[in-house]
Design a protein around this ligand. Structure first.
Ligand SMILES: *Cc1c(COP(=O)(O)O)cnc(C)c1O
Length: 324
């Protein structure tokens, strides 16, 4: 399999590899959002995915692609959140050793969730960059496999299985609106949808605080961004200056990008909870945020918003929903 591109066959192979190991999540119509937006709006509920986010798809596909020898050596991830949970869970199920690196600044509850999934935790330094350096050292010393959160063909193809499910459940789909950070999620989905029809529109939504992919697309190459605290914490971080897959994937297959503010994200989280009973983390609610803010240009026909995860501290969630 290529490291710099994916094919439709890769996505179907991923689908076969992860079948029975991940949940095939529901696609539901949203009458309330449809009325609010004057369009036919559907929600793809990766909030209901095992581990609480779609990241289990890519992680499972990647882990299952490894040789017996690589599995015996184990895997490493650098993550404070959904990627760490996904990799830890996929590895535990296959009986593969998994070490997750994170910085001292990671809150206890996040650390425990990854530990409970069965991973060894290494706490190093005061930033993810320091954690990354230590992780690379372990990978080299123990000949383990680093599992990247997005810039990996097996990972992006795994996320792309969402696109196949959308085509099965809603063959008339006219557009998909997808949270955008490193671009593995939207890249995989866009590839699958555009292979079915280039007329299906795909829009990415990021927070306006440090949107690395959007800045990189503007610059015509991967650029660094200043990391800022955001309700959409799962969308934070750079795309990697040495990006080999997702920058081109997003540039070539995604039609539009939209940015949303913190207020818009909080409003969307509140809206989803009150109207649909859905708990979505900030990074998962950005599509709804863009829709409610009137920032999306919608084609005629069914529009799917991917609600990518639900992992948020409940005390924080209550604050946000009470304030908005
Ligand atoms: C990782 C993540 C994203 C972004 O996925 P990318 O592949 O990095 O673009 C969106 N939503 C949630 C909940 C995530 O965990």
């Amino acid at each position: 399999m290529s490291t710099t591109s994916i094919s439709l066959q890769d996505i179907w192979r991923a689908r076969a590899a992860i079948a029975g190991h991940i949940r095939r999540t529901l696609l539901v119509p949203s009458p309330a959002l449809s009325t609010a937006a004057g369009a036919d709006i559907w929600l793809k509920l990766e909030t209901q995915q095992d581990t609480g986010s779609f990241k289990l798809r890519g992680a499972t596909n990647k882990l299952r692609s490894l040789s017996e020898e690589a599995r015996a050596k184990g895997v490493v991830a650098v993550s404070t959140g959904n990627h760490g949970r996904g990799v830890a869970t996929a590895a535990a199920r296959l009986g593969v050793r998994c070490v997750v690196f994170m910085s001292e600044l990671v809150p206890d509850n996040k650390r425990r969730a990854i530990e409970d999934a069965g991973a060894e935790i290494r706490i190093v330094g005061k930033s993810q960059d320091e954690a990354e350096i230590d992780a690379q050292e372990l990978v080299a010393a123990d000949r383990m496999t680093m599992i990247h959160p997005f810039d990996d063909a097996h990972v992006a193809a795994g996320q792309g299985t969402i696109g196949l499910e959308l085509l099965e459940d809603l063959p008339d789909i006219a557009a998909a609106v997808v949270p955008l950070s490193g671009g593995g999620l939207i890249g995989g989905i866009a590839y699958a949808l555009k292979a079915a029809s280039p007329d299906i529109r795909v829009a990415g939504v990021s927070m306006d605080r440090g949107p690395a992919m959007v800045e990189s697309l503007k610059a015509g190459m991967p650029v660094p961004v200043e990391e800022e605290a955001s309700l959409a914490d799962s969308l934070g971080g750079g795309i990697g200056l040495e990006n080999k897959l997702t920058f081109a994937l997003v540039r070539d297959h995604v039609d539009d990008t939209v940015l949303v503010s913190e207020d818009e994200i909080a409003r969307a989280m509140t809206w989803l909870f009150r109207n649909e009973g859905i708990v979505a983390e900030g990074g998962a609610a950005v599509g709804v945020a863009a829709l409610l803010a009137g920032k999306l240009s919608l084609p005629a026909g069914p529009v799917v918003l991917v609600i990518s995860g639900r992992n948020i501290d409940m005390a924080r969630f209550h604050e946000i929903v009470a304030e908005a």
